[in-house]
Design a protein around this ligand. Structure first.
Ligand SMILES: *Cc1c(COP(=O)(O)O)cnc(C)c1O
Length: 498
């Protein structure tokens, strides 16, 4: 069963938690208790496919889904039609103790596909199980990558409409075109004047707005979320922490039970939180290393215990991590305080009213046991791409480069010899302009359109252009809606014909 981080909702089944997206009066659903996997079970999974690992993990959390239903979801999502690699999330060995977990082989070239290819199937089943007399409207706020991944996942799924809000001029050209060229009968894309935090807080406010929800309900609509505030979005991310470990085990890179580190380029804290759940389930993890860009609110928080969003929002060359309010931190804090909903309520209230909260020493020292953090500047990000390209002939995207930089710094400071997996969250082609700039200098990208840059990056990296990004410039732009953050509600009503 699933409970609210703020103690303000009854326990619900997995399907209800997924259908609702978040707790209506604020708060996020988390599992009441975390299932475990023994080392023996883990070793037995060693020769399993990604799909088999997925079935095992998902069935531990989705109690009210049958094993056949879970199998259907898994096979519909993780197959070679959607992913261009038979292992879905393969590992690349960078050096003796460092491995890159490539999470970008799905249809939209970012790791969001790992979850958003399967989540729509969970939701479709949830609607059937819970019984829905209403049409579901998925609202998505995106810093660039979730939007397209959600549009692809939910496109043409019966009983569901999807509306995506992205910050106008806050995403890359490729990201924008990926979204605005999406076809499908049930897809809508809206550019919002503002940054990602504006989009995210407007959407969260709409979820919590009873009056607005009543209006929608009267008209036969019900809201849900595909952001990582939805448990159905977070859960599939737990799978690849296991698959990565099992892969290393199978390749004899590690011994059974040997601990590994994971380095995660972090924005909304969803990905790294999935790693923490894997750890809590029994995966041998030494440290989770949280890597931020110049919007280093999390680095500061983990170092001081003070979360302070009162600072300038920076647009960086790793835009999918340009976030000052990391939603999933709430879940992590709930776990770190042993489910103390009163503390969480207080902190989230402080965050809302003062833009800031301070955790107690006990909670902080509990976090320090497992989590390490660091950040990279934009220059360091580009330098890291260049360095890795020149020394290893391997091309990183900007987000992954942030993680690599933070890891190098961690290594220098700690001399920790633990084998380490770096989550690669996007294909280098997705952030082609910054990547080519890093490798060939600013002149290489001056006055060039992104499609010429894609071609050139393909030559430089020796890789084919990612299948999800080819021919984007030839597709018609279908979505041209633009609004202010205050106008989002009105726009939703217009789209739904209310
Ligand atoms: C979304 C995203 C991130 C941040 O992941 P969170 O789960 O929000 O922490 C990092 N890198 C890329 C490329 C992304 O799309």
């Amino acid at each position: 069963m699933y409970i609210s981080t703020r103690g303000n909702h009854e326990r619900v089944t997995a399907s209800r938690a997924i259908k609702m997206g978040m707790v209506p009066s604020g708060g996020l659903f988390v599992p009441e208790s975390i299932p475990t996997i023994t080392l023996e079970e883990l070793i037995n999974l060693q020769n399993s496919s990604y799909q088999e690992i997925a079935e095992k993990i998902l069935s531990l959390y989705l109690d009210d889904y049958s094993i056949d239903e879970i199998k259907d979801c898994v096979n519909s999502a993780y197959n070679e039609k959607n992913f261009d690699h038979p292992f879905m999330a393969p590992i690349y060995k960078l050096n003796e103790h460092t491995y890159v977990l490539e999470l970008w082989h799905g249809p939209t070239a970012a790791f969001k596909d790992m979850a958003l290819q399967i989540m729509p199937y969970f939701l479709s089943l949830a609607i059937k199980k819970v019984g829905a007399d209403k049409e579901i409207v998925i609202l998505v706020a995106t810093s660039g990558d979730t939007g397209k991944a959600a549009l692809e996942g939910f496109k043409n799924i019966p009983g569901i409409q999807i509306i995506v809000f992205f910050p106008y001029q806050g995403v890359s050209k490729v990201q924008e075109l990926q979204m605005t060229t999406t076809d499908g009968k049930n897809t809508y894309v809206v550019a919002v004047k503002g940054n990602f935090d504006d989009c995210q807080s407007a959407v969260k406010e709409i979820f919590a707005n009873e009056e607005f929800n009543d209006i929608l309900n009267d008209k036969g609509y019900e809201l849900s979320s595909a952001n990582s505030i939805n448990w159905g979005r977070l859960l599939p991310q737990v799978i690849y922490y296991f698959s990565a470990y099992l892969n290393l085990l199978k390749e004899r890179e590690i011994q059974p039970g040997e601990k590994v580190n994971f380095v995660v380029p972090t924005g909304n804290f969803g990905n790294i939180l999935a790693g923490w759940y894997a750890y809590k389930m029994g995966l041998p993890v030494n440290k989770l290393i949280c890597a931020s860009n110049e919007n280093k609110v999390l680095t500061d928080f983990f170092q001081t215990g003070i979360y302070d969003r009162n600072r300038e929002f920076k647009q960086t060359n790793s835009p999918s991590m340009d976030i000052l309010v990391s939603s999933n931190l709430e879940r992590f804090l709930f776990e770190q305080t042993n489910h103390n909903a009163d503390k969480i309520k207080q902190w989230m209230n402080d965050l809302n009213t003062k833009g800031k909260f301070i955790i107690d020493k006990e909670t902080k020292s509990s976090i320090d046991q497992i989590l390490v953090s660091g950040f990279a500047t934009q220059e360091e990000t580009l330098e890291t791409i260049k360095k890795v390209y020149q020394s290893k002939n391997y091309t990183l995207d900007t987000h992954t480069a942030v993680a690599v930089k933070v890891y190098y710094e961690y290594l220098r400071e700690t001399k920790d010899k633990t084998k380490t997996v770096i989550d690669a969250t996007a294909s280098p082609f997705k952030f082609n302009s910054s990547v080519l700039e890093a490798i060939k200098g600013a002149e290489a990208v001056d006055n060039k359109d992104e499609f010429a840059i894609l071609e050139e990056l393909s030559e430089v990296s020796g890789l084919p252009i990612h299948h999800g990004l080819k021919d984007l410039d030839k597709k018609p732009v279908i979505h041209k809606i633009f609004c202010t953050k205050e106008g989002i509600k009105k726009e939703i009503m217009k789209i739904l014909g209310i």
